[in-house]
Ligand binder design. Structure first.
Ligand SMILES: Cc1cc2nc3c(=O)[nH]c(=O)nc-3n(C[C@H](O)[C@H](O)[C@H](O)COP(=O)(O)OP(=O)(O)OC[C@H]3O[C@@H](n4cnc5c(N)ncnc54)[C@H](O)[C@@H]3O)c2cc1C
Length: 376
């Protein structure tokens, strides 16, 4: 096995690292405090080609492997989880179904602008009574001679209030399984509800969304009726690997800050990094971070070899997100009051890392599905 990054992968890592150090890190606290979508940086990420990385060149993307994509996600999350969460949503879930199932008009008017960062997309799955259990989705698309009439309520929709289009999971009135719909946000009956105030990733804005008899032409049905869950599964492993990369990114930031702090903070006449209690914490964090990173690169490699392994993707998402939360917690303890102060980014890392426990499936749901993969 070759563990070395190739020239292209290294160059992508360096490009995003430089961008994050120069532009994202200095802006990260403000993005969090303002709780507004970071449009300027989002567009710059678009110019770096991030949103098209996972799409082939003939579709307008760059056809990058998922390992390269993960290297970019790690760097973005190391700088600002808010920016990274908004950008990774745009690069996969918000655009995948348009690429995979949209007609030429949808592709040229929405997909291509979206992968260039000129249009923003959102994904509407979750509802007040349907989170992990997507089978409980109650949004309905009534079939008519002219297409569909969409009604229902969604919640937790990332980027909703700045979005130009959504992919909506709904049930048609003639089928018991889920279907996907393309919904431009300027259609009559699409209403953006309240802002959801949250603990972390505050600059990655989230809203409720209401659909009130939104009239959709037949071509806005994406793929076949009742096949929505099947299309989602096609991209699920990739979403989980991406979420693991977000976790590795924020954990890296917390780990690096804590180690640096331990070198310079002097108590009882010595740098605190000289005390065994702190050294043990740092070593444990290093082992966890390294393990998560290697698992991430392995599952990305499997995906790149087209060995689609749902199990490995779930394992790395579970492990990396749990680790990121432990690492941010321990890093914050090392910095004590400095880890608690708004003046330093540590408290933000701690809040932001919680998101990785939820997006891409909660730890409980992942464990249930890993056990299923084991035949239990
Ligand atoms: C920052 C953020 C951004 C998001 N962005 C989007 C978005 O853009 N679009 C979108 O559609 N959604 C989005 N979501 C919603 C997200 O997908 C859901 O929060 C997630 O699916 C979990 O659903 P829930 O919060 O309703 O929890 P629930 O499913 O209600 O779960 C509650 C608890 O019960 C546990 N649980 C549930 N079922 C079982 C079971 N069978 N066995 C054991 N335990 C169980 C869960 O693990 C969890 O601990 C976002 C969420 C967050 C936090």
């Amino acid at each position: 096995m070759n563990f070395e990054l190739d020239d292209i992968q290294s160059s992508i890592q360096q490009t995003f690292r430089k961008f994050v150090d120069e532009k994202v890190k200095p802006a990260a606290a403000e993005i969090d405090e303002k709780k507004e979508f970071p449009l300027v940086l989002f567009k710059e990420v678009g110019k770096l080609g991030f949103f098209g990385m996972r799409y082939p060149e003939e579709a307008g993307g760059s056809g990058s492997d998922i390992l390269s994509y993960c290297l970019a996600v790690i760097e973005l999350a190391r700088g600002s989880m808010s920016l990274a969460a908004a950008c990774s949503m745009q690069s996969l879930m918000a655009t995948y179904f348009l690429y995979r199932l949209g007609n030429d008009e949808i592709k040229s008017n929405y997909f291509i602008p979206a992968i260039n960062g000129d249009k923003i997309g959102g994904i509407c799955m979750t509802e007040p009574n349907a989170g992990s259990d997507l089978n409980s989705i109650a949004t309905t698309a009534k079939v008519s001679d002219h297409g569909f009439s969409l009604s229902g309520q969604k919640t937790w929709v990332t980027s909703a209030r700045v979005a130009d289009f959504f992919t909506v999971f709904a049930r048609t009135d003639n089928h018991d399984k889920l279907s996907l719909f393309f919904v431009p946000t300027d259609l009559k009956g699409v209403n953006i509800g309240k802002n959801i105030e949250k603990l972390g990733v505050c600059g990655s804005v989230t809203n409720e969304v209401y659909f009130d008899e939104v009239q959709l032409p037949p071509q806005f049905l994406l793929g076949a009726i009742g096949e929505g869950a099947k299309y989602l599964i096609e991209i699920l492993a990739e979403i989980r690997i991406m979420t693991a990369a977000l976790a590795v990114g924020v954990a890296t930031a917390a780990f690096e800050d804590a180690v640096e702090f331990a070198k310079v903070r002097v108590q009882f006449g010595r740098p605190i990094g000289a005390f065994q209690a702190i050294r043990m914490k740092a070593a444990d964090m290093a082992v966890q971070l390294e393990t998560a990173k290697q698992m991430l690169f392995y599952s990305a490699w499997l995906c790149d070899q087209k060995i689609a392994r749902q199990k490995e993707a779930m394992i790395v998402k579970l492990y990396a997100s749990e680790c990121a939360n432990t690492i941010c917690d321990e890093a914050s303890r090392i910095m004590a009051s400095y880890g608690y102060a708004k003046e330093y980014p540590m408290e933000r890392y701690l809040r932001d890392a919680r998101f990785t426990l939820i997006g891409g499936g909660t730890s409980e749901i992942l464990k249930i599905n890993i056990a299923k993969e084991l035949g239990l």
